[in-house]
Design a protein around this ligand. Structure first.
Ligand SMILES: Nc1ncnc2c1ncn2[C@@H]1O[C@H](COP(=O)(O)OP(=O)(O)O)[C@@H](O)[C@H]1O
Ligand SMILES: [Mg+2]
Length: 333
């Protein structure tokens, strides 16, 4: 989406006073999330052919490429979050979301979403990992141009380093406008009404179904605000980008209710995703998120919420399977 369009979305959110305050997640107010109009019950359908790619694919470069990287130049590119585009001295490029006053733990949402996606075998969530940058190095890399943002928002540790999430740069990132009326007119019948899905759209249809379940589990309130779904992932997959509105405690109730309603209306799911989700319970779920700087990445309270929403997702899907049969509901491979 064009920058101008993004500003319009942001301006609209601000005008409606619905945007969450950019501070501690627990205090955040929920933004408006549009929910599609009600749909009739879906027709029973045959399972999709087994040509939908669901295997995990490596996105861009890996963590090792940034092992000794120091910022050479950087600039602020965020719309709602504090995020910098950094070019490193070793030639690598990445987006970096620091710990900031707009939400001290929001950067963790990017890391947690990637780790959850990886544990579920999804190719959709871009790599994001913990990465510290010295505030002074960042200030130099921005040539002082973002000094006020750094002073007012970015939170440094006692040693001057700043925690954050590094997301290797996705070249030529394109967006899938999932939230627009035009796009909805296309994908809603595929997922809500059992409509025929053109061969070329099978991967996208399966990915939107998985996105709806994934975002309910992570509690991401920000997916439907525009420009938060990439279109050019590996193998033609959608990219679930911008996950720092996820894993809040508590999850803003308005968007959560709307996400639950979206899942209720979804009648086709990916079999491999649902199977992986069933296996990811108890300890396996907490292990999936791992640590950051020697501490659990997510707090016990956030983890408890994730476990509860995972159970909700599975119970909604299981009810559909009981009503319509596994072949119809686990439609995608
Ligand atoms: N890893 C990345 N690769 C390419 N572009 C990115 C990446 N991360 C962010 N961007 C660009 O920066 C914009 C803002 O990042 P985003 O994570 O969506 O933060 P915000 O919360 O401000 O919307 C995105 O819309 C995208 O254009
Ligand atoms: Mg965004």
């Amino acid at each position: 989406m064009k920058r101008a369009a993004l500003w319009m979305v942001l301006a609209a959110l601000v005008a409606c006073n619905k945007a969450p305050r950019q501070e501690e997640p627990a205090k955040a107010e929920a933004p408006k999330v549009e929910t599609p109009v009600a749909a009739p019950a879906p027709a029973a359908s045959d399972a999709a052919p087994a040509n939908v790619e669901t295997s995990a694919a490596k996105l861009v470069v890996d963590e090792a490429a940034f092992a000794d990287a120091t910022p050479a130049s950087a600039k602020s590119i965020g719309h709602t979050s504090v995020v910098f585009k950094i070019d490193f001295s070793n030639g690598q490029r990445a987006a970096w979301k620091p710990r900031s006053k707009r939400g001290k733990v929001r950067y963790k949402g990017e890391i947690a979403a990637y780790r959850l996606g990886r544990a579920l075998g999804l190719p959709n969530v871009p790599l994001a990992f913990p990465f510290h940058v010295a505030k002074e190095d960042l200030n130099k890399a921005t040539k002082g141009k973002d000094a006020s943002l750094l002073d007012e928002e970015v939170i440094a540790e006692a040693d001057g380093s700043v925690r954050g999430a590094l997301i290797p740069w996705i070249p030529k990132l394109e967006f899938y406008p999932v939230e627009t009326e035009k796009s909805r007119a296309e994908w809603e019948p595929w997922l809500f009404k059992g409509a025929e899905i053109p061969e070329k759209d099978r991967i996208i249809a399966a990915d939107i179904s998985t996105l709806i379940a994934f975002d309910l589990i992570t509690g991401n309130w920000d997916r439907w605000s525009g420009a938060n779904l990439g279109a050019n992932g590996p193998g033609g997959h959608l990219l679930f980008i911008d996950n720092d509105g996820a894993f809040f405690d508590p999850v803003p109730p308005g968007p959560l209710a709307k996400q639950t309603a979206l899942l209720q209306r979804t009648e086709r799911f990916s079999r491999s995703f649902v199977e992986a989700l069933r296996k990811l319970d108890g300890d396996a779920l907490s292990r999936a998120f791992g640590d950051e700087s020697g501490e659990p990445l997510l707090s016990a309270a956030v983890l408890k919420g994730v476990a509860a929403r995972r159970a909700t997702v599975l119970s909604i899907i299981d009810k559909k399977i009981a009503e319509r049969g596994e072949a119809a509901v686990l439609f995608f491979p």
